[in-house]
Design a protein around this ligand. Structure first.
Ligand code: NAD
Length: 318
């Protein structure tokens, strides 16, 4: 499918801004709608059209969709913990904001919507390793409930309104411009502790495994989902490989301060043991082929955190 103009909601955020770069590189005219609640204006390349606005606002979304053939809906409040503390606020943006985007897609007669869902839709242990898309969906958080509901709304409304849709379940995405909150991104959290000369804190034995996928690979998968003729599908987007929290801590201590040893504390009750994406469906349908290994990207992530973190320079060494 060919697109000359697309909209990226949440395009001033972490994953969205990398996607915008890919789209512009591909010569696609790109509009960004973001309320800058988390994202930054400087994340958006100057050759994209930027509109500051809220995905819950029908006028802002309709205006942003003018003349676009494809919509990437990434804008969201991205915190599982915050959703537990305030499920209503989470649903206002993540559920109602998505329904507003869907409603506007139907009116604007776009050709396709790609929706950013999450691994947070999956049921707890015992999880298969890796997790296929067919695995049980019993979200453990309001954030996951809203993501799952939106996947279903997206497919239903798109089918009824006659446009294509794909939902992508992103796994733990890492890379430059990752938003720093205490709840997001163990890699960033460990780096910033090490900048302060403090030990990374590992809950439990550290052998819990996560699928860390580089943001450039996620952006590629998202672009492929738009360009392919695949529709009505839900696809995992990860690296397909697991990395233990111990491995990440060792890698970062080695790079930043080999004298520091990670500190183990009691495990978090209910923490998922393994969360690794089965990516064979995305490989088959989208020809998705993740290229990046954490070991090869770690210096880039450290350098980016060094530039942007207030903790950098106050402690630690390289
Ligand atoms: N980062 C991950 O590991 C991960 C994993 C699974 C799913 N996801 C999903 O991917 C998408 C992008 O996540 P991210 O990591 O880039 O997060 P992010 O917070 O960096 O980006 C989200 C963007 O949405 C914007 N936004 C929030 N509320 C808005 C509103 N009401 N109106 C307009 N804009 C609004 C924010 O300002 C921000 O720029 C989200 O939908 C998230 O749920 C991310």
């Amino acid at each position: 499918m060919r697109f000359s103009r697309v909209l990226v909601t949440g395009g001033a955020g972490f994953i969205g801004s990398h996607l915008v770069e890919r789209l512009l590189e591909a010569g696609i005219d790109t509009v960004v709608l973001d309320d800058l609640s988390v994202g930054k204006r400087e994340n958006v390349p100057t050759n994209a059209t930027f509109i500051e606005g809220d995905v819950r606002d029908p006028h802002a979304v309709s205006a942003a969709m003018s003349g676009v053939q494809g919509v990437f809906h990434l804008a969201a409040r991205v915190s599982i913990r915050a959703s537990v503390e305030g499920f209503y606020g989470d649903a206002e943006t993540n559920l109602m904001g998505t329904l507003n985007v869907l409603r506007c897609c139907a009116t604007a007669r776009v050709n396709k919507l790609v929706y950013a869902s999450s691994m947070a839709v999956y049921a707890d242990s015992p999880r298969p390793v890796p997790i296929p898309e067919s695995y049980d969906t019993v979200p453990l958080s309001p954030y996951g409930v809203a993501k799952l509901a939106c996947e279903r709304y997206v497919r239903l409304v798109a089918t009824q309104a006659g446009f294509q849709s794909v939902a992508l379940r992103y796994f733990n995405t890492y890379g430059p411009r990752q938003t720093f909150t205490p709840y997001v991104g163990v890699i960033t959290i460990f780096i910033r502790r090490l900048f302060l000369g403090e030990a990374p804190v590992i809950y439990g034995d550290g052998e819990q495994c996560r699928d860390f996928v580089y943001v450039g690979d996620v952006a590629n998968a998202t672009l492929l989902a738009m360009q392919s003729d695949v529709s009505g599908e839900v696809l995992n987007v990860g690296s397909g490989a697991g990395t233990t929290v111990n491995r990440i801590a060792t890698l970062l201590c080695h790079r930043l301060d080999p004298t520091i040893r990670p500190q183990h504390v009691a495990e978090h009750a209910g923490e998922v043991r393994n969360s690794i994406a089965d990516i064979r469906k995305a490989q088959r349908l989208l020809h998705y082929d993740p290229q990046e290994r954490l070991e090869d990207r770690i210096d880039e992530i450290i350098a980016w955190n060094r530039q942007t973190s207030p903790e950098a320079g106050r402690g630690g060494q390289e």
